[in-house]
Design a protein around this ligand. Structure first.
Ligand code: ADP
Length: 480
């Protein structure tokens, strides 16, 4: 590390409003920090309410009078395909920005997240000309039909965990629907969104259709949630902020919202599981229930596997785990680890910060975790795994569902009956059998319970950016 640290040139740090990069009205900027070192990468324009107002005005003009919503779906799709090609031609740049700002592994960004985003655009481009209403036979001599219309100007609020990917979870279906939009990336990860904005312009997406306002949540984000001229807000982030967005939406113009919030997703490993498969799968899980017959062997393997787990610079292709996204997350995760210790869980490995600088944390495994401990209940969003034992399938179901969240669940078993019963019984939006965190552009993603509502991904996600209009006209001359 040290002198070899990758420090790319940063081209886009201003707000993108009406097709132009502009300073914030206030002239203010904020620091974005390299989590490898804690050093400032660059200053980014700090958008606030006035900037959101300007962006919404541009989006409103583009919606009410511009060509984007009036193009045929096929024509919109063609432009989105071009946008996708440009994303693909700039994979390295986008992958670099996300690695730089939030410590995500460069190689994974380059191989999966960013090319996956291009394909997501293509998928929704293909959907753009397949959106249509229905023709209805009415009880009287009337002709009825429905129109599916873009809902209008949408606000899209993005978190830092998958900055480029979640940007497209929301932007791609909203573009397909014919909406215009104001995107607010997380203050931890503004750079990829601003970079992508210049590619949207190159692709021929008209000015005002896609605006990006970087800035903080309680200012720029809150201005989106309470804006009187935004017609839908799609949000991914914490449950607490999701609640405040829904409140703000209710208090302002009753705009519908869709929320993809926190999870505390269980991974349930049954006695018959292939232990190596369970090992691969458990890497991403935070709440791991292991059936008593293989518990000891599993614990041993999990601890041993950490020895091969390389922490370090996210640009190093050998590294498995980069730094946490920022100081706040870093401190929060260490706080959760302390809490776990205090509550009596046993640390099998890890448990502290790694290295001399930056926001690195050792992979941490807790055993003897009980249901009432905070580490078993609250989302940690870090390399911390809690291991718990169970005996029967009934107990596994009860424990998996013993959470206010319902984002996802993983099941590891070779027994089809167990897999079927678990997948029907666990109340979560996504179930992964013998795999984990498997997302796909055509598979709906989103939670139950306090993990939110309104799916991202999947063809139906276009619907939340549309509204149905019912049209009726008399049929005087026809008996039908
Ligand atoms: P996390 O804690 O994972 O960063 P947050 O929910 O705090 O998740 O942030 C997710 C996104 O929501 C970010 O873009 C953030 O700026 C934004 N945000 C935070 N607070 C608010 C708020 N009060 N209103 C609207 N958006 C907000």
């Amino acid at each position: 590390m040290g002198s070899e640290l990758k420090k790319p040139e940063i081209k886009f740090t201003k707000l993108f409003i009406n097709g132009e990069f502009v300073d914030a009205v206030s002239g203010r900027t904020f620091e974005t920090i390299d989590p490898r070192t804690g050093d400032v990468i660059t200053m980014v324009a700090e958008g606030d309410k006035e900037d959101v107002d300007l962006a919404v005005d541009a989006a409103r003009e583009a919606f009410d009078h511009g060509k984007w919503p009036r193009l045929t779906g096929f024509e919109r799709g063609k432009i989105m395909m071009k946008f996708a090609d440009l994303i693909e031609q700039h994979v390295e740049e986008i992958a670099t920005l996300d690695a730089l700002e939030v410590g995500k592994l460069f190689l994974l960004n380059k191989l999966y997240d960013v090319p996956g985003s291009a394909d997501m655009l293509r998928y929704f481009a293909g959907a753009a000309d397949k959106i249509h209403g229905q023709t209805l036979k009415m009880s009287g001599a009337m002709h009825g039909y429905t129109l599916k219309e873009p809902i209008g100007v949408v606000g899209l609020i993005i978190p830092w965990n998958f900055p480029a990917a979640v940007f497209f979870f929301k932007v791609a279906p909203a573009l397909a629907a014919g909406c215009t939009m104001v995107v607010k990336p997380s203050e931890q990860s503004s750079l990829s969104a601003l970079y992508i904005a210049h590619l949207a312009k190159q692709a021929g997406i008209p000015d005002g259709v896609l605006n990006v306002v970087s800035g903080f949540g309680p200012t720029a984000g809150a201005a989106i949630a309470s804006h009187m001229d935004i017609n839908h807000v799609s949000f991914t982030g914490s449950t607490e902020v999701g609640r405040s967005i829904m409140e703000a939406a209710a208090r302002s113009n009753l705009k519908p919202v869709s929320l993809e919030l926190a999870g505390k997703s269980p991974l349930i490993i049954f006695d018959d599981a292939d232990i190596n498969k369970a090992g691969e799968v458990c890497v991403a899980a935070s709440r791991v229930y292991v059936q008593e017959g293989i518990y000891d062997e599993f614990v041993e393997k999990a601890v041993a596997s950490v020895k091969y787990w390389k922490i370090g610079d996210p640009f190093d292709p050998e590294v498995h785990q980069g730094p946490q996204a920022d100081k706040k997350q870093f401190e929060r995760i260490l706080g959760c680890i302390e809490q776990g210790k205090k509550e009596g869980a046993t640390i099998l490995t890890g448990g502290k910060a790694w290295g001399e600088k930056g926001y690195y944390i050792e992979p941490t495994i807790f055993a003897d975790v009980t249901e009432d401990m905070v580490i078993a209940k609250e989302e940690i969003f870090g390399p911390v795994m809690s291991l718990m034992k169970f005996k029967t399938i009934e107990e596994a179901i009860q424990k998996a569902n013993n959470t206010k969240y319902g984002l996802a669940a993983g099941i590891v078993t070779k027994n089809l009956d167990i897999a079927n019963r678990m997948s029907r019984s666990v109340r979560a939006g996504n179930i992964w059998i013998n795999c984990y965190s498997a997302l796909d552009r055509n598979l709906p993603f989103g939670g139950f319970k306090m993990s939110g509502f309104g799916k991202d991904l999947g063809i139906d996600s276009v619907e939340k950016y549309m509204q149905i209009k019912a049209v009726v006209t008399p049929l005087y001359d026809s008996p039908w």
